[in-house]
Each structure stands twice: as structure tokens, then as C-alpha cells.
Design a protein around this ligand. Structure first.
Ligand SMILES: Cc1cc2nc3c(=O)[nH]c(=O)nc-3n(C[C@H](O)[C@H](O)[C@H](O)COP(=O)(O)O)c2cc1C
Length: 87
């Protein structure tokens, strides 16, 4: 770790396992696996919002859960860093 990273590292970073104190706000529809993985790969914490990356409107909880499963799997394929999920 270089000196700049030493300076910005804090307890929240340690708890979340990230190297930069940046948490990307989850935004329903707007966040995508690509965005979340990019933030996490850059050292922050990317967070998926509901219907992340989806282009189709779903109407049931089961469909929403299945959509989120797909978004989580896609994000995992793009980063091995920690990321979050919101509702
Ligand atoms: C368009 C939009 C969609 C959002 N969707 C979600 C969401 O799905 N889940 C959530 O927890 N917060 C959602 N938020 C809240 C943001 O994640 C964030 O908490 C809020 O914008 C405040 O950010 P700030 O603390 O940086 O000002 C949304 C905000 C916006 C503007």
C-alpha cells in the first residue's frame, strides 16, 4: 500500500474490505453490474440497486428476486472485490 492509500484508509474501509472510502449509492434501474463492478474494481464499494441493469419491467416479487440473482451473478463475473446490494 502506498502513502496516499495509508492516508485515506479508515475503519469503514477495513470493515468492508475496500481500499478507498467511496461507497457508490444504489439506484434502482440506474446501477448495473458493469457500474458496480467498476466501482469495486477501483477500490470503492459498488452497490446494486433493485432491477440493476434490467431493461424489462417485472411485476412480481419472484421475478424481481430472479432479476437480482442474475445481476449478482453478472457482477461476480466482473469483479472479485466486495460489493453490496440494496433494495
Ligand atoms: C434515481 C435514484 C434511485 C435510487 N434508488 C435507490 C435504491 O434502489 N436503493 C437505495 O437504497 N437507495 C436508492 N437511492 C438513494 C441513493 O442510493 C442515495 O442514498 C441518495 O441518493 C443519497 O445520496 P448521498 O448521500 O450521496 O446524497 C436512489 C437515489 C436516486 C437519485
Amino acid at each position: 500500500m502506498n502513502k496516499m492509500e495509508d492516508m485515506i484508509m479508515n475503519r469503514v474501509c477495513e470493515i468492508l474490505g475496500i481500499s478507498k472510502p467511496v461507497i457508490q449509492g444504489p439506484m434502482a434501474w440506474i446501477t448495473s453490474p458493469e457500474l458496480v463492478a467498476a466501482v469495486s474494481n477501483a477500490g470503492g464499494l459498488g452497490v446494486l440497486g433493485t432491477s440493476a441493469g434490467s431493461t424489462e419491467i417485472v411485476t412480481t416479487i419472484d421475478e424481481t428476486v430472479e432479476e437480482m440473482r442474475k445481476a449478482i451473478r453478472k457482477t461476480k463475473s466482473l469483479t472479485d472485490k466486495p460489493f453490496g446490494i440494496s433494495q
